[in-house]
Design a protein. Structure first.
Length: 265
């Protein structure tokens, strides 16, 4: 099975560099890395180009003009650029424990998508990592807000695991799915602009075609760098779209993956 690691990013190259450091330390590397770049400046491209030399696997950089928060569009474009059968999705401020990819692949199963947990790093530790420019496990796990989410314990993890039709708790920063399932529901909804709920809206359409969520805890551990909240002016509109998908049992969005392929958005 070919697997792609999908990383969304926007104008935080120092964080992205730390993410790459956590990827190169993985016990199992993906077949390729997809960077979904929602309009970053040249400093992000510089970091990506440097890591292309360091990795022995392909890094594909998908970029679009900065025209507001259009994350769903660039995610669709990035996924259209891979032949991998399985996608593991994170954000460009998510640092991975060394068995993150291994855990996702171990738990992957036909008829399911995976929803992993995240631990939130505090501002002080985030600043220390960014300033140093070097990955430090002790700093990553120090004073996180949720110790359980920061702890990998596979034996205990199986007691937390849940397989069910649920979407409202999904986090796109620790998320994996089969590309064929993604295509069946027409991918991310390009009409969801601005921050919020594109991940649960996609997960709801997965549910509506019978794809269950497999919830992971104490496996696939990741650490979320601290940052200020983004502008959330479209959050309620996006939430309303999600609620409509659930209420009306919608399985495909009208403006999604296929539209990114067929026209130049």
């Amino acid at each position: 099975m070919k697997v792609a690691l999908l990383i969304s990013t926007y104008n935080w190259p120092k964080a992205l560099d730390l993410v790459f450091q956590s990827v190169v330390a993985q016990t199992i590397l993906p077949n390729e890395i997809l960077i979904a770049d929602d309009g970053s400046d040249s400093s992000t491209k510089k970091i990506i180009d440097e890591w292309k030399i360091k990795f022995n696997i392909p890094i594909k950089h998908f970029w679009q003009e900065d025209n507001g928060f259009r994350k769903t569009i660039i995610l669709n474009k990035a996924i259209s650029g891979t032949e991998a059968e399985y996608i593991i999705q994170i954000d460009g401020d998510i640092l991975l424990s060394k068995k993150f990819i291994e855990d996702h692949l171990y738990e992957a199963k036909e008829g399911f998508f995976l929803n992993g947990s995240r631990s939130m790093m505090n501002e002080t530790n985030t600043k220390a990592l960014i300033d140093s420019g070097a990955l430090c496990i002790k700093t990553m796990i120090k004073n996180v807000k949720n110790k359980i989410n920061a702890t990998r314990f596979p034996f205990v993890s199986k007691f937390f695991r849940k397989d069910h039709l649920k979407s409202n708790n999904v986090k796109g920063c620790n998320f994996s799915f089969w590309k064929n399932d993604f295509i069946k529901v027409n991918g991310y909804n390009n009409d969801l602009n601005g921050w919020g709920h594109e991940d649960i809206e996609l997960a709801a359409r997965f549910n509506n075609i019978g794809i269950k969520q497999r919830r992971l805890k104490m496996k696939a551990v990741c650490y979320h760098l601290f940052h200020e909240y983004l502008d959330r002016k479209n959050e309620l509109k996006n939430l309303s779209s999600y609620q409509q998908v659930v209420k009306e049992n919608i399985t495909q969005c009208n403006n999604g993956y296929q539209e990114c392929i067929s026209i130049n958005i």
